[in-house]
Design a protein around this ligand. Structure first.
Ligand SMILES: C[S@@+](CC[C@H](N)C(=O)[O-])C[C@H]1O[C@@H](n2cnc3c(N)ncnc32)[C@H](O)[C@@H]1O
Length: 221
């Protein structure tokens, strides 16, 4: 993203009570061009640009009318969908409360709850064209535990997608570096024509997040 001459870096004065890591976070946040752009364009999160960039590369939003947003809070991805596809009906879920978004039905609950899939299906009122998951498990710093937790969310999202997508539909999910494991890849390849991994430019270089993009749902489940 181009930066204008006016965009001089903001220095954060170290407040007494602020830890070194929160000062670093604040400094990075204040100087992040995506944060500035999100503020200027009315998006609730810089994550909005990850979806915009993935859409530019993979045409995720082409022709969508029903979309599911797993891990919707604070709402950046759904805002993008509604801005680019104003007629699309979006259904979202998150553990956190989300400010209402026009055209988006939002549930505050755990997607891993047994009832969650049925609640989303009812609100959707038909097969979806895109199931997208930006859900992230709380990391504990233990590599294998974090990987397993994240893959649990990716797998639950994949089964939901397989059961609720219209033929030709797309499943997009956040994964960790290294991508999806073999079992997951096998499942996705069985049900989708193409399965790719990508890290959009808006995804911070230091972060281990990647996205898996499964397109061309074969249907028939
Ligand atoms: C990175 S944020 C999503 C940002 C969003 N895409 C945006 O553009 O605003 C990930 C979200 O996933 C949610 N999440 C994680 N696990 C979840 C679960 N089991 N059920 C529902 N939401 C979950 C978190 O609460 C968090 O708000």
């Amino acid at each position: 993203m181009a930066r204008s001459g006016k965009d001089r870096d903001t220095r954060v004065r170290t407040a007494k009570k602020r830890t070194a890591s929160s000062t670093r976070w604040l400094q990075r946040q204040l100087n992040d061009p995506y944060v500035k752009q999100a503020k200027a364009e009315g998006y609730r999160s810089r994550a909005a640009y990850k979806l915009i960039e993935l859409d530019e590369k993979f045409g995720l939003l082409k022709g969508v009318t029903r979309v599911v947003d797993l891990g919707i809070a604070p709402g950046g991805w759904s805002q993008v969908v509604r801005k680019l596809k104003p007629k699309a009906h979006v259904v979202g879920i998150d553990l956190l409360e989300v400010e209402p978004i026009d055209g988006v039905t939002i549930f505050q609950m755990d997607f891993m709850d047994d009832e969650a899939p049925a609640v989303l299906e009812d609100a959707l009122g038909g097969k979806a064209d895109l199931v997208m998951s930006d859900m992230a498990a709380n990391t504990v710093g233990h590599k294998q535990t974090d990987h397993l937790r994240t893959m649990g969310l990716v797998e639950a999202g994949a089964w939901f997608a397989i059961e609720n997508l219209a033929p030709g539909g797309t499943y997009l999910a956040k994964v960790l570096a290294g991508g999806t494991d073999n079992e997951m890849l096998k499942l996705l390849k069985q049900h989708f024509k193409t399965v790719k991994h990508a890290k959009p430019p808006a995804s911070r270089k230091g972060s281990s997040e990647w996205y898996v993009i499964a397109q061309g749902f074969k249907g028939g489940v």
